[in-house]
Design a protein around this ligand. Structure first.
Ligand SMILES: O=C(O)CCC(=O)C(=O)O
Ligand SMILES: [Fe+2]
Length: 289
């Protein structure tokens, strides 16, 4: 048995009118294949180019180790010079990923290589973020703290993206007071005996290659797996649905501080409790459904 995933529709190009009508308003994901062919980035952006423009920068790295109590929220697991990291990506499989690296702050010259596309929704201009990963590395299944609409532009390698809407959260073993599901679920080949509720989850899947853009509707869960070494840039637009917007405000101003506070106060016990609670809550919901 496999996860119930439908292939995300792919279009060559998309006007703002069609985007708003068919994807943004109904909150449906879509892949746009030929959206950025007029960007200098389309020709230029590969691992070598990143090494050239950002080689000296020290970059924060993350792997897939489980969250621990003595690490802050989103605290990096290692640091390296970008040049070294790119060499590592090219030479061997590595679990190290770069997550949420602010392009404009770190390498302002990259701004010359792209423009903000006009899809009829206002993008947050200060926040283009870069993500890098090595062969077979993956993020946890998570949603973003601000439940933003995301345009995810992919470069260099091949990538698999699995998405679920917030309405599927009840099937996903979501960890309370955080933005991830149980870290020990293998979303590529889940063990349905251990995680039976996943049988009821309905999601979406896409495979991206250089130049493709994935629209991720607001608050959607996403699990990203780098099939080959590559990188992506995310542009974001604020959550519009009042429910999502309020949740974003709660997450940003309360949830993460509360979680950090409890880690300091209770230590690993807090993390263990949350992990157990994720299973109890999902199993209860499954039983009463
Ligand atoms: O692709 C990645 O490495 C993570 C992307 C992501 O989580 C995001 O764009 O919000
Ligand atoms: Fe994300």
């Amino acid at each position: 048995m496999e996860l119930n995933l439908t292939e995300i529709p792919r279009v060559k190009t998309l006007t703002k009118e069609v985007f708003l009508r068919d994807y943004f308003r109904p909150q449906k994901p879509v892949v746009i294949e030929n959206c950025i062919e007029d960007w200098p980035a389309f020709e230029k952006w590969d691992l070598e180019y990143m090494k050239k423009v950002a080689g000296d920068k020290e970059v924060p790295l993350y792997d897939d180790r489980p969250v621990k109590h003595d690490e802050g929220f989103n605290e990096p697991h290692a640091k390296m010079k970008m040049a070294e990291y790119i060499d590592l990506l090219k030479s061997e499989p590595t679990k190290y990923r770069i997550f949420l690296w602010n392009v404009l702050k770190e390498v302002p010259i990259l701004q010359k290589d792209f423009t903000y596309p006009n899809f009829g929704i206002r993008l947050m201009k200060g926040l283009p973020m870069l993500f890098f990963g090595g062969r077979n590395s993956h993020t946890f299944m998570h949603y973003d703290i601000d439940l933003a609409n995301i345009f995810h532009f992919h470069f260099a390698g091949k990538k698999q993206c699995i998405l679920f809407s917030q309405s599927e959260s009840k099937h996903l073993y979501k960890i309370p007071h955080s933005l991830i599901t149980r870290e020990d679920i293998d979303f590529d080949a889940p063990d349905f005996e251990q995680w039976p509720a996943l049988k009821n989850a309905k999601g979406h899947i896409a495979h991206l290659q250089h130049g493709n853009v994935l629209y991720i509707p607001e608050g959607y869960w996403h699990h990203m797996k780098y099939i080959t070494p590559g990188f992506s840039m995310s542009l974001r637009a604020v959550a519009r649905k009042p429910k999502n917007f309020l949740r974003a405000v709660y997450n940003i101003f309360f949830m993460r501080y509360y979680d950090n506070f409890m880690r300091r106060r209770k230590g690993q016990e807090w993390i263990d409790w949350k992990n157990e609670e994720a299973v109890k809550r999902t199993n209860n919901l499954m039983r009463t459904a």
